[in-house]
Design a protein around this ligand. Structure first.
Ligand code: SF4
Ligand code: SF4
Length: 445
């Protein structure tokens, strides 16, 4: 058996040092939402690392359902990394395990087949992706998604379809701007003589496709704080969905394109999506063995900053009060455990005077969104989300800010289906609105 499998685990073998770093202390267990939900050691970080080692040492086949199921059930939230005293880089191990599974699937079936098809033929092709998002926006903005949800027709089709529609509907704007808001800021780089410190915006495919308003708010807020923002035209998806699904080569191809797109100067690369930011910061690891791109990837990753981190680093202006809606904040896992930037993101809310802020219990715990996990593992995702919604209700907040589109849609969808009138937005949207009320945009059109 061992001889038969000896060719099956090269990806995990290359991560042997990281596997051996785990001393099995179990201190990560209580931080793991899937272990807390199921109580099964195999659904814990330590258990999954055991399984990875078993595959690597050829005691378990990479194609075994035990391996596939427990690796699939991992949210990839990386809370275990923050809890681990031994510094185990679990996120990188998980991506290696998923790549190993993808490699072992000679003929993917069902959901896997569909997912690989979409990643390869839509998500890696910018023009097709733009068309897909245009259709999604039309479906959302025409009100059709809302009608299907409201009339119960979506739930009659299936609960998964209903949740998918609620996710899409959850990306709609939740807050109305009251002040003067210059639309469509110019990020083409045409106005090369404009004052300010240069920064480059990473737009993100879901952000630009469904949350363009957040990108526009990010540009306005940066400009108010003396930044000159450009968004390189040739940028593509960050590759996070590919890496999380085990398509490491797809992720590497996108990483190389982004490195080339942002290579024209050494300006900071600003993101406003926790998932994208953590992925961009991991290019150094992703391409460490690439003869041509290893060094540019290191340089690229070192320039990546969440918008909150950048504002904190340069010092930024306070805005005007937004009134007294009770507001809370939920940290995106990748912003918190991947970029270690959740506190910096929260600083954007502290710049809003008299904010009626409520602390959210468990704000450092995953919401269950995790890319497309909510559609692939609906039961476990729902359990994790229910806990989040209970905590939000207890906080008394009617507005929740979070810095990642996946978390945004997951929480908004859950709240909607639970008939909770919660408004979900990005912290930079609130700061933008607060700047508008302070009159910082007066005179701009
Ligand atoms: S990434 Fe999250 S869900 Fe996966 S093992 Fe770590 S804590 Fe658990
Ligand atoms: S805390 Fe770290 S070393 Fe301890 S079991 Fe978890 S991953 Fe292994």
């Amino acid at each position: 058996m061992a001889a038969e499998l000896s060719h099956l685990s090269p990806i995990l073998s290359s991560e042997e040092e990281k596997l051996l770093a785990c001393v099995h202390c179990g201190l990560c267990l209580e931080a793991c939402p899937t272990y807390v939900a199921t109580g099964d050691e195999n659904d814990s970080p330590r258990g999954r690392i055991y399984l990875m080692r078993a595959v690597k040492e050829e005691r378990l086949a990479v194609t075994s359902l035990t391996f596939e199921n427990h690796i699939d059930r991992c949210l990839g939230c990386r809370a275990c990394e923050s809890a681990c005293p031994a510094g185990v880089e679990y996120g990188q191990l998980l991506e290696a395990a998923r790549a190993e599974i993808a490699r072992g699937q000679t003929k993917p079936t069902g959901t896997y087949r569909l997912m690989y098809f979409v990643l390869k033929h839509v998500w890696s092709r910018p023009k097709r992706l733009r068309v897909a998002f245009t259709l999604a926006r039309w479906f959302r903005d025409s009100g059709l998604a809302n009608i299907l949800l409201r009339t119960g027709m979506a739930s009659e089709i299936s609960s998964r379809f209903e949740f998918a529609l609620a996710l899409l509907d959850g990306s709609s704007a939740a807050t109305k701007t009251a002040g003067k808001m210059p639309a469509n800021p110019d990020t083409s780089g045409q106005d090369a003589g404009a004052p300010g410190t240069p920064v480059l915006l990473f737009k993100g495919c879901v952000m630009e496709g469904l949350f363009k308003r957040v990108n526009e708010a990010t540009v306005r807020v940066l400009e108010v704080n003396r930044c000159k923002v450009q968004a390189p035209e040739a940028q593509v998806c960050c590759g996070a969905l590919h890496a999380h699904a085990g398509d490491i080569e797809g992720a590497r191809a996108l990483a190389r394109q982004n490195i080339d797109a942002f290579a024209n100067n050494g300006a900071p690369i600003i993101t406003n999506a926790g998932g994208c930011g953590a992925m961009l910061a991991s290019y150094a690891h992703l391409l460490e063995h690439d003869a041509k791109y290893a060094e540019p990837a290191r340089e690229f990753s070192a320039r990546v900053r969440d918008v909150g981190q950048h504002l904190q680093a340069i010092g930024f202006r306070n805005g005007e009060s937004l009134g007294f809606a009770r507001t809370t904040y939920d940290a995106s896992c990748h912003l918190l455990h991947g970029q270690h930037a959740a506190d910096a993101s929260l600083q954007m809310l502290w710049a809003i005077p008299n904010l009626n802020f409520a602390l959210l219990s468990g704000s450092d715990v995953c919401c269950g969104g995790a890319g497309v996990y909510n559609l692939l593992e609906p039961e476990l995702s729902e359990q994790v989300l229910d806990e989040k919604l209970r905590n939000i209700e207890q906080s008394g907040a009617t507005v929740l800010a979070t810095g990642n589109p996946g978390c945004h849609m997951q929480i908004a969808a859950g709240a909607r289906l639970a008939e909770n009138p919660l408004k979900v937005c990005h912290p930079v949207e609130l700061l933008d609105e607060s700047y508008s009320r302070a009159g910082y945009y007066d005179g701009k059109s």
